[in-house]
Design a protein around this ligand. Structure first.
Ligand SMILES: [Zn+2]
Length: 383
């Protein structure tokens, strides 16, 4: 097993530290014996709870191979992401369950995939079918959730981590949220136009998150009363945002950060196959999408977005740019906070696995170099 040491600035303490690992675990972190270069930093790996595809691979396809999955994981690693929730979007329920079973089989074949795919995010089909709120999800497959759906889902996922995105206005959805919690399923609200009272009921029943606020809703909203304002007034939810400066405009991004309490925002890429790949045409389940050099994922012939082409590491730097702050101030929103939502470990603590990012960043917030270590082993490097 591998061992080593690194001297770098700690991203949160802003102090130079010496990190030592043995057999893939962190055994010591103490003051550095000398000052490392001012540009060299260590931080926990990024955790992305919404990834629909990556590096040319569409997770919604029925013929994803082991090599495809490994390529997507390698792409995410190269972008600083150590762990993610593989996300399946709305389709006919039996097909979604079959995909989940198949992907689990593939994941089981490799320790690296087991480590990287920390869980499963099932985004649909229990969503709002209203135009705008349904986003790119096909309305014809939308349905109300039942206890049987949950049991089937839990059975298909075994004891692995599961998260569902649900619109709480769906019939019986509030009762189902309570049952989901009993089955250890994390519940996020999203693609919803539920009234405030229903959002509060859903939160009380056990919903802990809200999926990509500012998206999964119409481009034009009633200024006096809309889903954004209602979420702002629903305490206790961790809210995810897509920090690509496209899905949420920079002013709205800043306002959401000012409005919601500290520690209640986390970032997701909502990436589809085009992320970490060249511009072109890509599939996202039933849809064929066009991705230009601007990295905007469009449904050809419409202005609607459908997933993003964002790399996790770019999300950090774009968020920092929008908020006009250092990358270090936003890092935890793409590591500790989503890890907490998902119940995933993500720290530089003693005894934990030696997973971390090493970054070279200029004083002007420009990323020059990035490496990801998993179990103390340098497995990817890219900017
Ligand atoms: Zn969505």
């Amino acid at each position: 097993m591998n061992s080593g040491e690194l001297i770098a600035w700690h991203y949160a303490l802003e102090e130079p530290v010496r990190l030592r690992w043995l057999d893939g675990r962190i055994i010591r972190m103490d003051s550095a014996p000398h000052f490392p270069p001012r540009t060299l930093w260590v931080a926990p790996p990024l955790v992305d709870l919404q990834v629909n595809g990556y590096a040319g691979v569409d997770f919604q396809s029925d013929d994803v191979s082991f090599d495809d999955l490994a390529a997507a994981v390698a792409g995410l690693h190269a972008a600083g992401c150590g762990r993610f929730f593989l996300t399946l979007i709305s389709d006919e329920w039996p097909r979604m369950i079959a995909r989940l079973r198949r992907l689990r089989e593939l994941r089981r074949k490799s320790g690296l995939l087991i480590q990287a795919i920390a869980g499963w995010h099932i985004e649909g089909p229990f969503l709002s079918a209203e135009p705008g709120f349904r986003g790119a999800h096909p309305p014809e497959v939308m349905r109300d959730p039942t206890a049987d759906h949950l049991k089937e889902l839990r059975l298909a996922a075994g004891d692995e981590r599961l998260m569902i995105t649900v619109a709480p206005e769906r019939l019986e959805a509030v009762a189902i949220i309570g049952q989901a919690r009993e089955l250890g399923i994390i519940v996020s609200l999203g693609h919803t136009n539920a009234p405030r009272k229903r959002l509060l009921q859903a939160q009380k029943a056990g919903a802990t998150a809200f999926t990509h606020l500012g998206n999964g809703c119409p481009r034009e909203l009633d200024r006096a009363e809309n889903i954004l304002w209602r979420v702002f007034e629903t305490p206790g939810l961790k809210v995810s945002l897509i920090p690509d400066a496209i899905h949420v405009s920079p002013p709205l991004f800043r306002l959401i950060h000012r409005t919601l309490p500290d520690g209640s925002i986390f970032y997701v890429t909502d990436a589809m196959a085009a992320a970490g790949a060249a511009p072109g045409r890509y599939r996202l389940g039933r849809l064929e999408l066009e991705v230009g050099p601007d990295e905007i994922v469009r449904l050809p012939g419409s202005g609607n977005f459908a997933g993003s082409a964002l790399r996790p590491i770019d999300g950090v730097f774009r968020a920092a740019e929008m908020l006009r702050c250092s990358w270090r101030e936003v890092w935890s929103r793409f590591s500790h906070v989503p890890a907490e939502v998902a119940g995933v470990s993500c720290s530089l603590a003693l005894g934990s696995r030696a997973d971390f990012c090493v970054l070279e960043v200029t004083e002007e917030n420009v990323l020059d170099d990035l490496s990801l270590y998993i179990g103390g082993e340098r497995i990817a490097a890219a900017v």
